[in-house]
Design a protein around this ligand. Structure first.
Ligand code: PLP
Length: 382
């Protein structure tokens, strides 16, 4: 028996390609959620598939006790594609592991232990990352003793706290995902960056969900024209192959044994990620994400049932005037998969970055039709 912790869709996919999934009956579904924002270049992209198959036919695993040249190849490629040409790469296996290591590095580097995090933020389920996440029901007593101070997103009093120079790191999502696609805003990010710089505090950008082209920029915070000391990434990085990583400012020095992992940086993870970066570039997927996201927002703006449209690129939150769960349910009945958020009014979409006109039309037409039918039902019952 499985340890039963997940609320699941009534859906059993058996095949996937591009933006679509097929269940055991051959029914086709449009994937507007990408398995929690993981599918970046599309399900089973042939280049990604070929890269993994080719590697598995040679050597699939050895630990970091040996030289693995594709790690260097990945670091170079990521430096070029992300624009972070001087940061160093440390490879791990998940978003939580990336953030846990980021907190540890910030603490090693500054000799301080306190971390500043933000309301609504989610950074993972390991001990430190759970402590800096604003989801009390997920926290065990074991997660609570860490030295963490939370601030509201946009609360300017955080700058005074940072300037006391007693904080190891400030961690913020490029755009908050689980909270319902909350954007910290350019000005707030700029001021956070400056306060961290002035006080020798590590500025950590969690781009686990909002990175790898999701928002139209390679990393969401690049929209604000800032650089972070540590950037964490995972979801879209491997297009479904489990991989995470940290980009680390060159002033934060590596030392043998400082960090480590058995599986991180495996041949397969590196090859999967290199393929993702190649396809992101070759198929101009950051640009596509930006264009399709703008079109979705323009087409849905003005729909009376929607209060607000949040986010950028293909990371969009649709805030309805009521609980959005019935709309998500009806979308699934129309064979369209979408996501929720911690705010029940906000429906979240994180489709593959290859999302095209055809997929957009299908999504928009169905949303409009569902919302119109719900409105008719309300007026009839009145
Ligand atoms: C912003 C953010 N950070 C960290 C995580 C944790 O990543 P993982 O589930 O790979 O540990 C998530 C997962 O949803 C996330 O959205």
């Amino acid at each position: 028996m499985l340890f039963d912790v997940y609320s699941k869709f009534d859906l059993t996919p058996e095949k996937a390609s591009g933006c679509y999934l097929w269940d055991k009956n051959g029914t086709k579904y449009l994937d507007c959620y990408g398995g929690h924002g993981v599918i970046s270049i599309g399900h089973n992209h042939p280049v990604w598939q070929a890269a993994i198959i080719d590697q598995i036919s040679k050597i699939s695993f050895y630990s970091n006790a040996v030289k693995i040249p594709c790690q260097e190849e990945l670091a170079d490629k990521l430096a070029k594609v992300s624009g972070y040409s001087d940061h160093n790469l440390f490879l791990v296996n998940s978003g939580a592991e990336a953030n846990e290591n980021a907190l540890k590095l910030a603490s090693f580097h500054t000799g301080r232990s306190k971390v500043i995090a933000f309301n609504g933020g989610f950074h993972g389920r390991t001990s430190g990352t759970m402590a800096i996440s604003d989801y009390p029901k997920m926290k065990s007593p074991f997660n609570t003793p860490h030295d963490v101070q939370f601030f509201k997103l946009g609360d300017e009093s955080v700058f005074e706290e940072i300037k006391k120079a007693q904080t190891a790191g400030v961690i913020i999502e490029g755009i908050q995902g689980i909270a319902g696609v909350e954007d910290p805003g350019v000005e707030f990010l700029l001021k956070l960056h400056d306060s961290c710089y002035e006080s020798g505090t590590a500025f950590i950008l969690d781009e686990v969900q909002s990175g790898f082209g999701r928002t139209g920029d390679f990393f969401a915070h690049q929209h604000a024209g800032i650089e972070a000391d540590i950037i964490t990434m995972a979801k879209g990085m491997g297009n479904g192959f489990p991989v995470g990583g940290l980009l680390i400012h060159p002033d934060i020095k590596a030392k043998k044994g400082l960090l480590g992992t058995t599986f991180g940086g495996s041949y397969l993870a590196c090859k999967a990620t290199i393929a993702v970066l190649d396809i992101l570039e070759k198929e101009s997927l950051c640009k596509n994400s930006k264009i399709q996201g703008e079109k979705i927002i323009n087409q849905l703006a003005g729909l009376p049932a929607i209060n607000k449209l949040k986010g950028r690129g293909l990371m969009i939150g649709l805030e309805f005037s009521k609980d959005s769960s019935s709309i998500r349910k009806k979308l699934l009945e129309a064979n369209i998969i979408t996501g929720s958020s911690s705010n029940p009014q906000i429906l979240r979409i994180l489709p593959p970055l290859i999302f095209g006109d055809q997929e957009r039309h299908m999504f928009i037409e169905n949303i409009i039709s569902i919302v119109n039918k719900e409105n008719e039902a309300v007026s009839v019952s009145k």
